[in-house]
Design a protein around this ligand. Sequence first.
Ligand SMILES: [Zn+2]
Length: 110
Amino acid sequence: MKKWKVKIFQNPLATLLLDILSIGKKIKIDGFTFLNYVLIRKGKLTEELLAHELVHVDQWRRFGFFKFSYKYIKYLFQFGYWLNPLEIEAYKYQNNKAYLNWALTIMGTK
Ligand SMILES: [Zn+2]
């Protein structure tokens, strides 16, 4: 299956949206993915973070808009953030060579 073309946003608006998404959480989140759109907090872009978000891009593609949204929110209530199976998968594959290479390609360093 062909990879989705990913668009990264690292501007002040992306950072503001990440601040809003971080409300009520213990940590400030540095990345958020909606379909093939990835928000990264300004100055926080690393290959691991981007690889993590790219796993989410693949999850959005795999499940589609409605199924992914439903699953993610359901798991979040059921298991919390760290034990959310979609996050477990993203943390597992953020160090995977294929995702790291994809991240490096997007970052223009490969
Ligand atoms: Zn994640």
